[in-house]
Design a protein around this ligand. Structure first.
Ligand SMILES: Nc1ncnc2c1ncn2[C@@H]1O[C@H](COP(=O)(O)OP(=O)(O)OP(=O)(O)O)[C@@H](O)[C@H]1O
Ligand SMILES: [Mg+2]
Length: 293
């Protein structure tokens, strides 16, 4: 597999008021063209840091990050980012928010009608044509997130980077958007890196899952190949032995091999007994994965 994006022996050390803090140690990973890769790991392990390196929002302390064999230096429109909090401009409509990004990327070479057509096409792709002229405060959280995805897709990026894009959404909306994302990125043959806390989301959407160890000095623990045929249907997969096995592999990595310290402390404090490996994921585990929510 020829790497399209490569993170090559990267360390990231932040300067903090308490001295240097090593977030990442010797992280190496790659994404092939057209591949959908997820990063999963406990909170604070360094998932966003890896994504920010590829986005060009952060430089590695050592090692390098490459796109098509060229070192990534700073952000660029060929790497569009979708954040969890959708970051839309409140005074612009859905159309205006997407148009702004389209104009930035294609404005030099294309006419205004062509830019508007690109914008409308992207809005249609995420099923928001009916809300084209609404402002962010007039639409739901799921719709705002779709605008963020439309904006990123409209830029026709070489790589789509998503940091917990559905983390703030309710389960039904999340499932719906996951299905749409699968369809759209499948149709476009997009290269995607997605950070997620959600085991099912990772298995359902990904070709490979990068599982990170806990920080500090976090690194890639294991990489799981998800060789489930596409298109994928969540209802069919729920009963599929291969899906269940892959899901179990991710859970085992997270809860047996790399249990978050907060979980073991909480378990000992609450029960007076230690966590026994193999226990299925519980809401408490989920809370430890999402401490901010
Ligand atoms: N600018 C910074 N300065 C100092 N420390 C930082 C900085 N950015 C991140 N960190 C630390 O680096 C570690 C990794 O952070 P990161 O945001 O990548 O984690 P994460 O896996 O994305 O977590 P979450 O799942 O909660 O979003 C954390 O310990 C965090 O506190
Ligand atoms: Mg993060």
């Amino acid at each position: 597999m020829k790497p399209y994006v490569a993170v090559d022996h990267v360390d990231v050390i932040f300067d903090t008021k308490n001295g240097p803090f090593q977030a990442l140690a010797n992280v190496s990973a790659s994404i092939a063209k057209g591949e959908f890769v997820s990063i999963i790991g406990h909170s604070g392990c360094g998932k966003s840091t890896v994504l920010n390196l590829i986005a060009g929002l952060l430089d590695p302390t050592t090692g390098c990050v490459l796109l098509e064999d060229r070192e990534i230096k700073g952000p660029g429109p060929e790497r569009a980012v979708v954040f969890q909090n959708h970051s839309l401009l409140p005074w612009l409509t859905v159309f205006g928010n997407v148009y702004l990004a389209v104009e930035r990327v294609f404005g030099v070479n294309e006419t205004k009608p062509a830019l508007a057509e690109r914008t409308d096409k992207a809005i249609e792709m995420v099923g928001l044509s009916h809300a084209r002229d609404k402002r962010p405060n007039e639409i739901s959280g799921g719709m705002k997130q779709r605008v963020g995805i439309a904006r990123a897709l409209a830029m026709e990026p070489k790589v789509l980077l998503m940091d917990e894009p559905f983390g703030a959404l309710d389960a039904l909306t999340r499932a719906h958007l996951q299905d749409e994302l699968m369809r759209i990125t499948g149709d476009l043959g997009s290269t995607v890196l997605m950070v997620t806390h959600d085991v099912d989301e990772a298995v359902l959407l990904s070709d490979r899952i990068i599982m990170m160890t806990n920080g500090p000095a976090a690194t890639v623990g294991e990489i799981l190949d998800v060789k489930l045929p596409r298109p994928r249907n969540r209802l069919v997969l729920a009963e599929d032995a291969r899906y269940v096995h892959l899901r179990g592999e991710v859970l085992r990595f997270l809860y047996e091999k790399h249990m978050h310290p907060a979980v073991s402390v909480a378990r000992v404090a609450c029960n007076g007994t230690r966590y026994s490996p193999g226990t299925p994921a519980t809401p408490q585990d989920s809370a430890a994965l999402h401490p901010a929510q």
